[in-house]
Design a protein around this ligand. Structure first.
Ligand code: ADP
Ligand code: MG
Length: 704
């Protein structure tokens, strides 16, 4: 058999063969030698030390000992025989026991033999025992030194275990692969100057040591190198794409600020923009005035006034003869945008239309026709907007609200709405994203941040109340309603059982009716199972102040705007994530009145539940909350990171290693600044690896 290459199929590794290769593919997604050696252990068992029996103190401790067998005994049990082996070292005695594979292991053990033994000790009444230990016979004391190591543990599955591809077997195969790779098979991916400057180990060394570290120091060095590489190339990719797009993606320059914009500013706005809004608008205007495509992320806390910024950007597009659209993740939110924007644009003489899955038949046909003729200026809706049948005459600007609910793919499909040039894109997030995460998720976008709230807002008071305080909460609600305020009560959505949710919500509703009886008190109900029409009717009842209380599931989470509502009560708070809670709280505090958020929980709270509640009570700052959320849940669970597909790291962990992101990005920026095309000979390997990765990611940013 010839030497292996990285792209060689795993079946060609000695001892693997076609059928086990197939299993590795199916179970672990490992196809090539490269896949195999890049699938790292998820933990290591520390076998660097040999413990004396007398030093074993803890029940359940994993230990490695060097022992001599003094007696082997097969003991007949009720159901099966067991093997009891007495062993010793210079400090004491230890019993080794097998219940399974007794005859097989007996062949391997001899009285008087010396073994390196590894396993989990149980201590019962002072007697130390290891059940099913790993045994390796070593007579030569000297050779023990070579044996002690950090043993890698690989992920495995039942199927793999059954077919002798457990962690240990994988380790052997990887070792085999690494030693059979030809000398040049693992190319260095980082140029010398970076390796020297950052004191990294070579790629090949790192790969060998991540699988078979001899010391913890080796392992740390290997991890450092491989993590750096992961985050570095990701940033390089994002930045490279961003530059490429800037150079190649011709879009529509919005050269003038016209009468729609001016009239709106003069007659419709009704308040002074905050400095943050002005700054962000300037950034957007600058982008839009150029003939390269804008790709900008607009971040701002709930209620910071992103919508106005979006509207004014749309007016710029219209002033320059283009159509624009606004896509929101839910029907309710899209509806709210539609009615809100229609209202604030009154008298400007622009045509605004709404489109969602529920708009059907002739109405839909009519909208699509007008859109294609260019007679609709602003189209607002759900992801119905990206369907192929939706054709614009001249789409100049597409705005996506609450981006984290859409995948990157959807962003891309909006680009494609014009045949010749892509429209400018403005993405708005409602949930603030920690900076490190933003750099990884949206590193290819320019970012604007609204970090200032409109004036006159009172901070929402957040209060934690347990079930035992229900009576006081009801009393408080009565007082607020007397003052003319309105109240939201939100029930959690339990994904496994929609019926249970509904029961939960309905019994909450029934209970409320006892304390807030009709006709004096009106309660509206909104949940995910209602028909859009009914939902809308109930929403409107609340929005128009006909209902005092709105009982809802999280369908109201995003964007709903009822300024007169001043109390948000969250039921079963422990069931909500932090960012969700922050979103919910953002539903109140929109008017001039003092607003409250009451977090109801049971009497007992889990540690995490308490941390979430405490965080909410402590701060109103969405960015701070996002940081805590990220730390508590890890990136994989942050909404949007999964479908975005951007975060696929092997080793790098966006939470634990977040301090690496910004400096690494800066290094990538410097490299590209001094050599934008990576054409310099020193950067040849960067370019090669980058190209490989771009191809693998089939990057959406790739221009073809
Ligand atoms: P979000 O950023 O959550 O989308 P919105 O755009 O919905 O926030 O704005 C929340 C509320 O604040 C709206 O009622 C809006 O009219 C109002 N608002 C926005 N900007 C200002 C401002 N500069 N001054 C006063 N009120 C503002
Ligand atoms: Mg909004």
């Amino acid at each position: 058999m010839g030497k292996l290459e990285l792209k060689t199929g795993v079946e060609f590794i000695k001892g693997v063969g076609p059928s086990r290769a197939e299993l590795l593919q199916q179970e672990l997604g490992i196809f090539t030698v490269s896949d195999l050696i890049h699938s790292y252990p998820f933990r290591y068992v520390d076998k660097t030390e040999i413990t004396l029996i007398k030093d074993i103190k803890e029940d359940g401790q994993n230990v490695q000992c060097y022992l001599e067998i003094i007696r082997l005994e097969k003991v007949k049990g009720k159901r099966q025989a067991r093997l009891s082996v007495m062993s010793k070292d210079a400090s004491g005695f230890l019993e080794l026991v097998w219940f399974k594979g007794v005859n097989w292991i007996l062949k391997y053990l001899v009285e008087g033999g010396n073994y390196l033994v590894y396993g989990k000790v149980s201590i019962f009444k002072g007697k130390k025992t290891i059940v099913h230990p790993e045994m390796e016979r070593i007579e030569n004391q000297e050779s023990i030194k070579k044996k002690v190591s950090l043993s890698p543990v690989y992920s495995s599955t039942e199927k793999l275990n059954a077919r002798k591809l457990d962690s240990k077997a994988q380790s052997k195969i990887i070792e085999q692969a690494l030693s059979s790779l030809s000398a040049k098979a693992i190319p260095e991916t980082l140029p010398d100057y970076l390796i020297k400057k950052l004191r990294l180990v070579a790629k090949k060394t790192a790969l060998i040591n991540i699988h078979k570290p001899k010391t913890t120091e080796d392992l740390e060095q290997a991890k450092k190198r491989l993590k750096f590489e992961e985050i570095f190339f990701m940033q390089l990719r994002l930045l490279y794409n961003k530059e490429l797009r800037k150079k190649k993606l011709i879009s529509f320059p919005f050269e003038k600020v016209g009468e729609h914009f001016h009239n709106f500013y003069k007659n419709n706005l009704g308040f002074e923009l905050t400095n943050a809004q002005k700054r962000v608008l300037k950034e957007i205007r600058k982008d839009l005035s150029q003939n390269t495509q804008m790709n900008r992320l607009l971040q701002g806390d709930v209620g910071s006034g992103k919508t106005i910024v979006a509207v004014m950007s749309m007016l710029l597009a219209i002033d320059n003869g283009y159509q624009t659209c606004l896509m929101a993740p839910t029907e309710i939110l899209a509806q709210q945008h539609y009615s809100g924007i229609t209202e604030i644009c009154a008298g400007l003489g622009i045509q605004i239309a709404f489109l969602s899955g529920s708009i059907k038949g002739n109405k839909r046909k009519e909208i699509l026709k007008l859109l294609k003729q260019g007679d609709i200026h602003i189209l607002i809706g759900t992801h119905a907007l990206i369907e192929p049948t939706v054709e614009f005459k001249k789409l100049g600007l597409a705005i996506i609200d609450e981006q984290h609910r859409f995948g990157v793919m959807q962003r891309y499909r909006l680009w494609k709405k014009n045949e010749d040039h892509p429209p400018h894109i403005l993405v708005m997030t409602a949930t603030p994203i920690p900076r490190t995460l933003a750099l990884t998720l949206y590193g290819d976008l320019d970012v604007s941040v609204i970090d200032e709230m409109p004036p006159g807002r009172k901070d929402i008071q957040t209060i934690h109340r347990r079930e035992t305080h229900r009576a006081q909460v009801i009393e408080f609600m009565h007082k607020e309603i007397e003052k003319g305020r309105q109240i939201y009560i939100v029930f959690p959505l339990i994904e496994e059982s929609e019926t249970l949710d509904l029961n939960n919500l309905m019994s909450g509703y029934d209970e409320l009716r006892i304390f807030f009886p009709p006709p004096k008190f009106q309660i509206s109900v909104v949940h995910g199972r209602m028909k859009p029409k009914d939902k809308e009717m109930e929403m409107n009842r609340f929005a128009s102040n006909k209902a005092h209380i709105m009982v809802a599931t999280t369908v109201i989470e995003v964007g709903v705007n009822v300024p007169n509502a001043s109390v948000m009560i969250v039921e079963n708070t422990e069931r909500f994530g932090l960012s969700q809670l922050h979103q919910l709280r953002g539903r109140v505090g929109r008017g001039a009145e003092q607003s409250y958020c009451i977090l109801m929980t049971g009497v007992k709270l889990s540690k995490e539940g308490r941390k979430r509640v405490e965080t909410m009570v402590e701060t109103n700052d969405g960015f701070k909350i996002a940081e805590v959320d990220l730390k508590m849940r890890g990136a994989g669970n942050i909404e949007g990171t999964q479908q975005s597909g951007t975060i696929q790291f092997n080793l790098f962990n966006i939470v634990a290693d977040n301090a690496m992101v910004a400096p690494t990005r800066n290094i990538a920026i410097k490299v590209l600044e001094s050599d934008p095309e990576l054409g310099h000979i020193d950067n040849a390997m960067l370019l090669q690896e980058l190209k490989r990765q771009l191809k693998r990611h089939e990057d959406l940013g790739r221009v073809s």
